[in-house]
Ligand binder design. Structure first.
Ligand code: LMR
Length: 330
């Protein structure tokens, strides 16, 4: 008797669970993988996006953020995205060389005079076109995010290009950046972001180029005695997803996710502006690294040495694109 009752109870519990289970769809999970620390423009943008989605789409969509190359390093994330193992990432615009040559534009040295010019160009028709540069490869850009202008850090003081001769610099995986360092007779080494600190600390390399925010948050300034304030290039990001994932989202969810992302990007951009000033000052105050400012004449020497790189990549990038980007400086 007891056995019969318990069997009936168990069967009805299972059928209730099954009915209940089928009525509640599992939430869509968006894994957002990135390589930087959380106290950076990208880290803050991702966390904001996660919070906005939780607030507005709680139960329907869950965002999981993986910072510090925890899930994928910068050389793997786009492959993983095409396999469906990660849904969102924001690699630097310098890391798309295997998918498009067009985004190499953003690596041309001394192309933009400040972030306002970058913003103007990215908002223009030509800039918006570039969001779709990787579409044929199954990836679409949902927006740009700023980090900031790059500085050169090194184990020795760099005032003029000749000071960099023979030194080894870590670069992101970009042929333009390789050409830029070759132009000043230095040796470029393409290495993942996660390896930079150790490479510098062990003196396997002499220097690297990065933004104030990355130099501060990854403690490069603690192992690099000199930082030359060159503002010679840009680290900005393409917030990217796979076309398959994006088009597969229900329309109403896609619209809400995009809205949350746009707001998170605007927030991340405001963090970028603060960090470009604040992290620079914190590094100066730390006295761990000496900041070298260039005279007008010294800066001209860097421009003259690096600018020939533009012509080398003009065909791959397109002269019209370069002109459109440069025109955003006015
Ligand atoms: C780098 O590799 O130096 C940067 O692209 C890291 C980042 O995502 O800001």
């Amino acid at each position: 008797m007891f056995n019969k009752v318990s069997t009936i109870l168990a069967v009805s519990a299972v059928s209730t669970m099954l009915a209940f289970g089928s009525a509640i769809a599992a939430p869509i999970t968006i894994k957002f993988s990135h390589v930087v620390a959380e106290n950076t423009p990208k880290g803050q943008m991702c966390n904001k996006f996660k919070d906005l989605v939780a607030e507005r789409l709680g139960g329907k969509v869950v965002v999981e953020v993986f910072p510090n190359s925890q899930l994928f390093g910068d050389n793997k994330v786009l492959e993983a995205m095409l396999l469906g193992d990660v849904q969102l990432a924001a690699p630097s615009l310098s890391k798309f060389g295997r998918y498009t040559k067009a985004l190499q534009l953003f690596d041309l040295p001394f192309l933009f005079k400040d972030i306002e010019a970058v913003e103007r160009f990215q908002k223009s028709k030509a800039g918006q076109e570039l969001l779709l540069a990787t579409e044929k490869k199954g990836l679409i850009g949902l927006g740009y995010l700023h980090n900031g202008l790059k500085q050169l850090s090194s184990s020795k003081p760099l005032r003029v290009p000749a000071d960099a001769k023979g030194l080894k610099f870590r670069i992101q995986s970009s042929d333009v950046l390789a050409a830029q360092f070759k132009a000043i007779k230095a040796t470029p080494l393409k290495k993942p972001f996660s390896e930079v600190f150790t490479l510098l600390q062990t003196k396997a390399i002499d220097g690297q180029e990065n933004t104030w925010s990355n130099i501060y948050s990854k403690k490069f300034f603690e192992v690099q005695p000199y930082i030359t304030e060159t503002n010679h290039g840009l680290i900005d990001y393409l917030v990217v997803t796979s076309t398959e994932f994006w088009k597969g989202l229900p329309e109403d969810i896609r619209v809400e996710v995009k809205k949350a992302l746009d707001e998170a990007i605007a927030f991340g951009n405001s963090v970028a502006a603060q960090k470009a000033k604040g992290d620079r000052q914190t590094i100066i105050d730390s006295k761990r690294s000496e900041i070298l400012s260039l005279t007008k004449e010294e800066r001209t020497l860097w421009v003259e040495a690096m600018k020939p790189v533009w012509e080398k990549f003009e065909k791959e990038i397109g002269k019209d694109m370069i002109d459109a980007a440069f025109a955003a400086n006015q």
